[in-house]
Design a protein around this ligand. Sequence first.
Ligand SMILES: Nc1ncnc2c1ncn2[C@@H]1O[C@H](COP(=O)(O)OP(=O)(O)OP(=O)(O)O)[C@@H](O)[C@H]1O
Ligand SMILES: [Mg+2]
Length: 138
Amino acid sequence: MPTVSPPWTYALQLPQDPRAPGIARHTLRAVLNAHSLARLVESAELLASELVTNALRHTDGPYGLRLRAVGQGRIRLGVWDTSPDLPAPFEGLPQRPAPDAEGGRGLCLVAHCADAWGATALPQGGKLLWVELGGGRA
Ligand SMILES: Nc1ncnc2c1ncn2[C@@H]1O[C@H](COP(=O)(O)OP(=O)(O)OP(=O)(O)O)[C@@H](O)[C@H]1O
Ligand SMILES: [Mg+2]
């Protein structure tokens, strides 16, 4: 009989500082290791890193990382920010950067690597972009 862990949530508010994405990755790694989810660390770091770096680069205000268990071995990672603009892939629009474009590939990777993903407008303004990975649903 597998042990059923109680649901948990962690939240980290981040500043417009170039050290913030690294701090988010360290925190994420610590949480997943502590909850015996080390197998998700690599993918989770890739996804969180891309979303957090985007919030740093493409928005002006504070932003943050949320991490919660949504089922046995499954997690939802969310990154909120204060900009209402939804990046194209999260609006359901395909994104095809030109072959010689320098950027515009990060969210293509996110959409390919996540098991599920979506966006929610926040009542106080801004948005939350989320991805899920691992395990089965609750
Ligand atoms: N949190 C965000 N808020 C508003 N717009 C965003 C946000 N994240 C991404 N975008 C927009 O979506 C575009 C695509 O993001 P994507 O991460 O794919 O590419 P990039 O950040 O420009 O380059 P890179 O390939 O280095 O990640 C960005 O150029 C930006 O215009
Ligand atoms: Mg990016």
